[in-house]
Design a protein around this ligand. Structure first.
Ligand code: HEM
Length: 120
């Protein structure tokens, strides 16, 4: 039996763009990490993160940004900051009424990227 991709189960491109936008807005209100995004071009970050999720979750979109190690090298990101980002993503998934199975898959995907992001 073939299973629908995570991309399709979450609602495709526009739903993932909404998820990226809510996540970014959560980061900007999160005391642990908001300073990290103080000088960010929000449209650009949201566009890259949308592409990243679309491509990673089974969509046809191309990701045009840096790989995770390159994007985060030199930032000296802590465990606490990593957990704050994960919290903000899970909160955004709740805001957009994602299912438990989808939340579990995304949590596992985020966790698998931890070594390329924390203290690199
Ligand atoms: C698994 C977790 C994470 C994922 C999937 C992720 C994903 C991304 C992506 C796709 C980009 C864009 C790269 C590009 O523009 O080429 C990015 C940039 C960035 N990330 Fe992460 N990230 C994660 C964790 C974190 C953490 C924990 C922090 C620290 C608070 C962080 C801070 C940043 C910053 C500051 C940028 C640059 C924003 C800018 O261009 O202004 N990220 N991340």
């Amino acid at each position: 039996m073939s299973e629908e991709s995570l991309y399709d189960r979450l609602g495709g491109h526009d739903a993932l763009e909404a998820l990226a936008t809510t996540t970014f807005n959560n980061h900007c209100k999160n005391e642990v990490i908001k300073n990290r995004y103080a000088n960010s071009d929000s449209e650009q970050v949201i566009r890259k993160v949308t592409e990243f999720m679309c491509a990673g979750f089974g969509g046809k979109e191309e990701y045009t940004g840096d790989d995770m190690l390159t994007a985060h090298t030199g930032m000296n990101i802590s465990e606490e900051e990593f957990n704050a980002v994960v919290d903000d993503v899970l909160k955004a998934l709740d805001t957009h009424s994602a299912g438990q199975k989808e939340k579990d898959e995304i949590l596992a995907a985020l966790w698998s990227m931890r070594p390329e992001i924390v203290h690199v």
